[in-house]
Write a protein that binds this ligand. Sequence first.
Ligand code: ATP
Ligand code: MG
Length: 417
Amino acid sequence: MLTKAPRGTKDVLPSESYKWQYVENLMREICEFYGYKEIRTPGFEHTELFLRGVGESTDIVRKEMYTFNDRSGRSITLKAEGTSPAVRAFIEHGLYAETQPTKLYYITPVYRYEKPQAGRLREHHQFGVEIFGAKSASADAEVISIAMTLLKKLGLNNLELRINSVGCPVCRKNYNKVLKEFLKEHLDELCDDCKVRYEVNPLRVLDCKVESCRRVTGEAPLITDYLCDDCRNHFEELKKYLDAMGYNYIVDPRIVRGLDYYTKTAFEIISKDIGAQGTVCGGGRYDGLIEEIGGPSMPGVGFGMGIERLLLTLEQNGIEITKPEGPDLFIAYIGDEAKLFTFTLANKLRFNGLKVEIDHMERSLKAQMKYANKLNAKFAVVIGEEELESKKVKLKNMATGEETEILIDEIEKAIKN
Ligand code: ATP
Ligand code: MG
């Protein structure tokens, strides 16, 4: 127990963390180019926020939330998704009163009690983007292009962008009626979950992964045939923007997303290499959410991307992230006096922008040089009595073995050149 992390969690070890840093830096950089600013919200929220903001008929609320009472009896839930906390903060801090739209991004852990498997964890991480206050389809297209740009920059070119429109409360009501009539004839062929969905949110039967349900819904009427003019126009506009950017996409009426608050656009970006956990990114429009949570009536659109799934997809596509380079300099020492000098020199050089390592293990000179090699140091110097005296060192290029005698004071300049 003591030395085993809880089921469904994962340590990111130093041998892997550079990959996380690389993709996270890229996410931040791309968001900066698009003018999205970071928002950081707490690791837990009042449970009511997720009940409201995610919806009681969703898998997340029905069976996946980490909910507990704190010591004073308040019901608390670990962050189960990123959108509703961002909306809560948007309302709480009056950001809706500022110039719109509000463009936000986050990189955050997310907690869901799930059956752990590859690409499905109990603590996973999401990169998410939200734009509040803009109802134009150009906003939908912009968030999609953030995800697509990231994936393309990472070298993933074979992912599928699937889009759909789930309509609005007006046209979805009509469609739900038609869909329910259709499903009624096939109730006994649906899985138990879908029998519940049929009652509370029939649309969600469409994205059930169970084979028998998929067979049934393969014949179901399509929501895209029931959209009102406003929703249909929005969907056509979105396609126009995606075409203009040259993105390939598939209109897939099964993409309905797990969350209740979605309206109009729903989309997923799918990698076919990681099986059932192939959805790397999912998002859509949620024009009713901000008001639902207690803010003004304002539209919104965004996505969440699973970072573990993203890394898994990179791996499966044979895309390697370059390992960080070794230190610029390793300073070996002989004797205590030299160690103190070395320690101080290393500190000064680091302050001036060089990556410098020294030995802390009382290694022999030979072992220090072996260690320098292992660290992949670009240069090495040895400092002993003689060097302290002459203030000169032999700067060794570790790749070529070439040695140049220089003043200790010239090390920084020599390496930077
Ligand atoms: P799924 O259908 O795979 O359960 P979801 O609809 O629950 O996904 P969202 O709530 O939209 O997913 O989350 C956005 C993204 O976060 C997903 O597309 C996926 O990449 C990732 N994700 C969701 N749940 C997990 C999890 N348990 N472990 C790892 N990544 C996850
Ligand atoms: Mg899920």
